[in-house]
Design a binder for this molecule. Sequence first.
Ligand code: SF4
Ligand code: SF4
Length: 98
Amino acid sequence: MALKITSDCVSCGACEPVCPNSAISPGDDVYVIDPDKCTECYGWHAEQQCASVCPTDACLEDPDHKETKEDLLAKFQRLNPGKEPEETDKWQPLGRSA
Ligand code: SF4
Ligand code: SF4
């Protein structure tokens, strides 16, 4: 499932540049993740980069956007045509929900 940013976000901006899918942008109050672009980093990294850098643990799984690995792979391929997915054997879901 895509990740979402909770009200614990302090708008430090650390997550925006580390997202491989350019899914994160500043919002009115907190940063926001576009669920159509978030692959939970599937296809790019073994771990969710935004959650790794967030100082307040504000990046969590969004229960309203449940997706299988196959869904995430399809999204990755749509967003990155022709790119081979990487680290899929090491990828793990975040395991923390909003
Ligand atoms: S989990 Fe990965 S793809 Fe999704 S918003 Fe965070 S950094 Fe971007
Ligand atoms: S890293 Fe965390 S606190 Fe900083 S902008 Fe992103 S979600 Fe907000």
